[in-house]
Ligand binder design. Structure first.
Ligand SMILES: *[C@@H]1O[C@H](CO)[C@@H](O)[C@H](O)[C@H]1NC(C)=O
Ligand SMILES: *[C@@H]1O[C@H](CO)[C@@H](O)[C@H](O)[C@H]1NC(C)=O
Ligand SMILES: *[C@@H]1O[C@H](CO)[C@@H](O)[C@H](O)[C@H]1NC(C)=O
Length: 251
């Protein structure tokens, strides 16, 4: 059983902290798995998140928390805007989706938290996406000059196979697909699963192809590749990093 205490601190912005305690009878499966769309960045690095939104409004938002007055980092009617270490960039997307990309530069530890990118009327976004950010030590900057997809131990992570060109055969690999054991899923179907790993083609979605790992373990941290064609000789692929963090790391 998990006991949670919610503490609300009033600082320059609201922080809601959850402290959770596992009962002594529990089997040691610790970790909060309530992070949403988690991204990890290294201290000193940069990070961007693209949000594909459907509002017809013209005001773009980049906020810490829920776009309440004090949490608004950038609010603009322009195509691009910059405020300190924060940037927002707008692009018309395909099939009615509109692309709001928000960027952090020179990440610092206190950037960890929940953010919202949005589009809408002048006061509040009517279409938005929330995401969480955690900042790891500067020592990890080498492999991590931009955001990586991240998940918490015991949770799951789903990522799109960006900028890939459709083909009927699909694959999902650990590392570079060079060894037989690297291939996690290879299929001609639109959906396939192999234990904790799955791949799904979602017709009409932003990225088309998506991969998921469930019941995350620390050892899942690493590089992955997904795309179309044969895993051993891809026609089109996307390589990305997944970082798995302890749930307690997340506030
Ligand atoms: C972060 O972005 C800035 C501005 O675009 C760039 O000068 C800097 O080299 C980037 N830092 C890293 C670690 O990539
Ligand atoms: C959204 O915009 C960003 C930055 O301009 C770009 O890197 C990304 O590919 C765009 N996403 C799509 C699906 O076009
Ligand atoms: C890879 O691309 C080639 C040429 O575009 C195409 O003929 C072939 O069917 C593709 N292979 C797969 C497995 O999708």
């Amino acid at each position: 059983m998990i006991f949670c205490i919610r503490i609300k601190l009033r600082m320059n912005i609201h922080h809601v902290l959850f402290f959770c305690f596992l009962s002594a009878l529990q089997d040691g499966n610790t970790g909060l798995v309530n992070a949403i769309n988690l991204y990890a960045g290294a201290e000193g690095g940069n990070g961007s998140v693209s949000c594909h939104l459907t509002s017809s409004g013209s005001t773009k938002f980049f906020c810490k928390g829920e776009c309440k007055e004090e949490g608004i980092l950038i609010k603009t009617d322009g195509v691009t805007a910059q405020s300190g270490r924060y940037n927002i960039r707008y692009k018309d997307g395909s099939s009615g989706r509109r692309n709001v990309t928000v960027t952090f530069t020179q990440l610092i530890k206190s950037d960890s938290g929940r953010y919202r990118c949005g589009l809408g009327g002048s006061s509040v976004p009517d279409s938005y996406r929330d995401f969480d950010v955690i900042i790891t030590d500067a020592a990890t900057l080498d492999e991590n000059t931009r955001f990586s997809r991240a998940g918490t131990v015991g949770g799951s992570v789903t990522g799109g196979c960006l900028n890939t060109v459709y083909g009927s055969r699909k694959f999902f690999c650990k590392d570079e697909c060079k060894q037989e054991g690297d291939i996690l899923v290879e299929t001609e179907e639109n959906r396939a699963q192999n234990g904790r790993y799955s791949i799904e083609y979602r017709e009409g979605s932003v990225h088309g192809l998506y991969v998921t790992i469930t019941q995350l373990k620390k050892s899942d941290t690493g590089r992955y590749r997904c795309g179309y064609g044969r895993a051993s000789s891809p026609n089109s692929s996307y390589t990305f990093q997944i970082i798995v963090v302890d749930g307690e790391f997340y506030i």
